[in-house]
Design a protein around this ligand. Structure first.
Ligand code: PEP
Ligand code: MN
Length: 343
């Protein structure tokens, strides 16, 4: 940490601050400038107490942390791309993925039709959402246990991998056998208790960015998973809360590019929840891939007009092949770029 002292700090002030720094197990190095004195404090900011409390001392102008709050997920610590293996499907390090499926499991027939359409196009990982954490308690909340049973039947019939959002620690166990990758939704992006519980399950996790999370908060949430025993984490940018309702959320492609440089985990973009409308999904998919994403997770439904949730943004699953063939050249370009970056 760096402590900047006020302009007229006396020798006594410098000694007082240095003594406090020593008592907090950092080594102070005093740098006397022309007008101001700076104290560089050497020590591990992650294991030692933060020196930020010293900001309140009368002689201190400001305190700056030097170390990032995330370590295990950082490129500095682990330069090579992490490749996440979801039941045999690889994501990251030049392995591109398209995950698709309806917003929610609504019935056996609806989910089966979606999975049939999507697996025919080569989709290997399906969105399977038995729980729908919704902003309003009056909106469709998912089929819950009945949805998990449908997941089990469909997984047996189609031999696909399923990614499912887990709403809280209490639901982990009931979903465990049928879920190949757990999703942490945007509303749970900083639910540290859930992150800690999920980290111990031994399955890959798709961690969405919260709708108002900074990149640092997003990566630090991923750090919770990794430090608690889950190295197989995929990040997902799904758009931020913004002032402009022309899109449902503001797809932050800059954050995708920045997170790619800061962190070795694969990143997906969710164009559906960012767009809010199906006609923008292809463009946002391309934007995400161009910014550095290792793939997309997109909503597709056999009858989107009558969907119980997110009707306006879901693609028609029977037309998914057209969407994919338009996107194919962009995926291929991204794959080549990611492969070059990885080597
Ligand atoms: C979802 O993917 O089903 C979902 C609810 O998205 P988000 O958490 O990003 O809102
Ligand atoms: Mn949705």
């Amino acid at each position: 940490m760096i402590i900047v002292l006020k302009r007229h700090a006396s020798e006594t002030d410098i000694a007082t601050v240095s003594d406090l720094v020593c008592s907090m197990r950092y080594q102070p190095r005093i740098i006397r400038g022309v007008e101001q004195t700076v104290i560089a404090c050497i020590g591990d900011e992650l294991s030692n107490r933060s020196l930020e409390a010293l900001r309140n001392l009368p002689a201190v102008e400001s305190v700056f942390p030097v170390q990032k709050k995330f370590k295990l997920v950082s490129r500095e610590y682990h330069p090579a791309d992490t490749v996440v293996n979801v039941n045999g499907t690889l994501i990251g390090g030049g392995n591109m993925v398209v995950i698709a499926g309806p917003c929610a499991i609504e019935s056996y027939d609806q989910f089966r039709a979606a999975v049939q359409d999507l697996t025919r196009c080569g989709v290997k990982i399906i969105r399977a959402m038995p729980f729908k954490p919704r902003t309003s308690p009056y909106d469709f909340q998912g089929l819950k246990l009945d949805g998990i049973k449908i997941m089990r039947d469909i997984k047996t019939e189609f031999d696909v991998s399923l990614v499912a959002e887990v709403p809280g620690p209490a639901q982990i166990e009931m979903m465990r056998d049928v879920t190949d990758m757990f999703q942490i939704g945007a509303r749970n992006a900083q639910n540290y208790d859930l992150l800690e519980h999920l980290a111990r399950v031994g399955k890959p996790v798709l961690l969405k960015r919260g709708m108002a999370s900074t990149v640092e908060e997003w990566l630090t949430a991923a750090e919770y998973l990794v430090v608690n025993g889950c190295p197989q984490v995929v990040l997902c940018e799904r758009g931020l809360r913004s002032f402009d309702k022309v899109t449902r959320n503001l797809l932050d492609v800059g954050a995708v590019a920045a997170a790619k440089q800061l962190c070795h985990l694969p990143i997906l973009v969710d164009p559906s929840h960012a767009a809010g409308t199906r006609r923008l999904v292809p463009a946002l998919s391309r934007a995400g891939l161009a910014a550095g994403a290792d793939g997309i997770i997109v909503e597709a439904h056999p009858d989107p007009v009558n969907a119980y949730s997110d009707a306006s943004q879901q693609l028609e699953s029977s037309k998914f092949a057209d969407f994919l063939s338009d996107l194919a050249p962009w995926i291929e370009l991204a794959r080549q770029q990611r492969t070059r970056d990885a080597s």
